[in-house]
Design a protein around this ligand. Structure first.
Ligand code: NAD
Ligand code: UGA
Length: 462
């Protein structure tokens, strides 16, 4: 029976996942460790609004379990040593250097974890891959653990995470499925059962899928590929709708009513963002290339190409509509996060749209309820398109949506925050330059309402 868990990585997955696990398994002590001391200090903050991940419902749960059976710490070695089971929940971003740059997953953090576990461990442990990893990573981890350890026996499981940001707590509490992959040996199956018993505290057994370790690793990458593919599919149609007077929201409703297709993940948008879809698709494409499966690689690569096209098409449409120039014009951005109910901005479409408009010398004022100004500058600077100084001059963040929109030529909606629907749009219109344009990258506003107020309204695909 597992009594003590260590989770390496206190990020968007490690934090919420372990909080829910601690909440549902009061008899297990869980320590979440990270090498980022600031992040750990924030998780331990007395002010629960300061915990580093904004996620509806998360702060309340942390309040409930932190200090009881959930602990956040920088003492990685100690937590590894004490644990029976170790989750590796570290980041696996797209590699930015050397072999596979721009495509492969960078596994240096995972390798570091494995080496640390091997170095520190004195008794047998179950090591769980929680991070999203290329298929067959468990083989590399096994090799590290078996060859540098203190003759300790490790079992390696794959237990990918399927939560989506903004709905993480609900996704964790009511998961469609939990996937656990392991070696099909006696010891491997016993380890699978240990982890199954933990999830069975709150997930019905029939929703806990047990597979071999490779199927589990591959299923995570491909689940994200399928989800992203749906968005690129509907976004491709949005371009066609704009040329034909079909309305993409009506088309999505009509095709989604077919139970074989289903109605979820058919919202046309400025494009998908987030830390994982693009990274995992690139990784899948890279794996297929590496295995000589060129046609398969190219098939999935199209999903990324369509997403890039959509972001570019949206930004380009803004410039074309604003009489082919946004130079020195004020443009208001509502939203910077990659989706609502999160403070995460990784791969947010907003930064690509901003980058394109800044190139055309626009002045952009951004309002986002949860994203900090520092984060916004860090995002735009990371694109390396122009000097930090120029970015600071042309791009600003304000703490009030009305201020962002005041005297703007256009309002651009980049994130579907609910509060944007509730704004006083008449007041916004009154205070804008005329004609006043709205580019609704999330299709959250009603065309009729906006036109009645005098706006020149542009949705996606309608
Ligand atoms: P994140 O960047 O928010 O968190 C990762 C944390 O790991 C960081 O705080 C980092 O400091 C820490 N870390 C890295 N190496 C370490 C080491 N050797 N020792 C101690 N700490 C270390 O990343 P995330 O969004 O939580 O994603 C983690 C993994 O989960 C990724 O593989 C991702 O693909 C996958 N995933 C993410 C989501 C999501 O919604 N964000 C959902 C499902 C799966
Ligand atoms: C996604 C998956 O949904 C999770 O199952 C997975 O665990 C996670 O990736 C991961 O591996 O990181 P996430 O990226 O947090 O979760 O959020 P999503 O809800 O999937 O949204 C991703 C992007 O697609 C957002 O920019 C969102 O606005 C966009 N999107 C989503 C659309 O444009 N249209 C849709 O219909 C749905």
């Amino acid at each position: 029976m597992i009594k003590n868990i260590c989770c390496i990585g206190a990020g968007y997955v490690g934090g919420p996942t372990m909080t829910v696990m601690a909440y549902k398994c009061p008899e297990i002590k869980i320590t979440v460790v990270d090498m980022n001391a600031k992040r750990i200090a924030d998780w331990n903050s007395d002010d629960f609004s300061k915990i580093p991940v904004f996620e509806p419902g998360l702060a309340d749960l942390v309040k409930e379990v932190r200090g009881k059976n959930l602990f956040f710490s920088t003492e990685v070695d100690k937590a590894i040593d004490e644990a029976d089971m170790i989750f590796m929940s570290v980041n696996t971003p797209t590699k930015e250097y050397g072999k596979g740059a721009g495509m492969a997953a960078d596994l240096k953090y995972i390798e570091l974890c494995a080496r640390q576990i091997a170095r520190v461990s004195k008794n047998n442990k179950i090591v769980v891959e929680k991070s999203t990893l290329p298929v067959r990573t468990a083989e590399a981890i096994r090799s590290i653990l078996d060859n540098t350890g203190n003759h300790v026996k490790f079992q390696i499981l794959s237990n990918p995470e399927f939560l989506a940001e903004g709905t993480a707590i609900n996704d964790l509490l009511n998961a469609d499925r939990v996937l656990i992959g392991g070696l099909q040996t006696e010891e491997g199956k016993a380890a699978i059962e240990e982890l199954t018993a933990i999830y069975a505290h709150w997930i019905p057994r029939e929703r806990i899928i047990q597979t071999n370790v490779w199927s589990s690793e591959l299923s995570k990458l491909t689940a994200n590929a399928f989800l992203a593919q749906r968005i690129s599919s509907i976004n491709s149609l949005s371009a066609l709708c704009e040329k034909t007077e079909a309305d993409v929201t009506e088309v999505a409703k009509a095709i989604g009513a077919d139970s074989r297709i289903g109605n979820k993940f058919l919202t046309a948008s400025v494009g998908f963002g987030g830390s994982c879809f693009q990274k995992d698709l690139l990784n899948l494409v890279y794996i297929c290339h590496s295995l000589g499966l060129e046609e398969v690689a190219e098939y999935w690569n199209q999903v990324i190409k369509m997403n890039n096209y959509q972001k570019h098409r949206f930004a380009d449409n803004i410039i074309t509509t604003l009489y082919n120039t946004v130079s020195a014009k004020k443009i208001a951005f509502l939203g910077w996060a990659f989706k609502k109910n999160t403070n995460d901005t990784r791969e947010t479409p907003a930064m690509y749209v901003a980058d394109y408009l800044l190139e055309d010398l626009a002045n952009i004022e951004v309002y986002d309820p949860k994203v900090t100004e520092n984060q916004m500058y860090s995002d735009i600077n990371h694109l390396n398109s122009r000097d930090n100084e120029v970015n600071h001059k042309q791009l600003k963040m304000v703490s009030d949506p009305y201020q962002a929109c005041k005297d703007a030529h256009a309002v651009v909606i980049l994130t579907e925050w609910d509060e944007f629907k509730e704004l006083d749009w008449k007041k916004i219109h009154d205070n804008m330059m005329k004609p006043a344009f709205v580019f609704d990258g999330r299709n959250i506003l009603k065309r009729q309402d906006m036109e009645a107020l005098g706006f020149n309204y542009h949705g996606i695909g309608r």
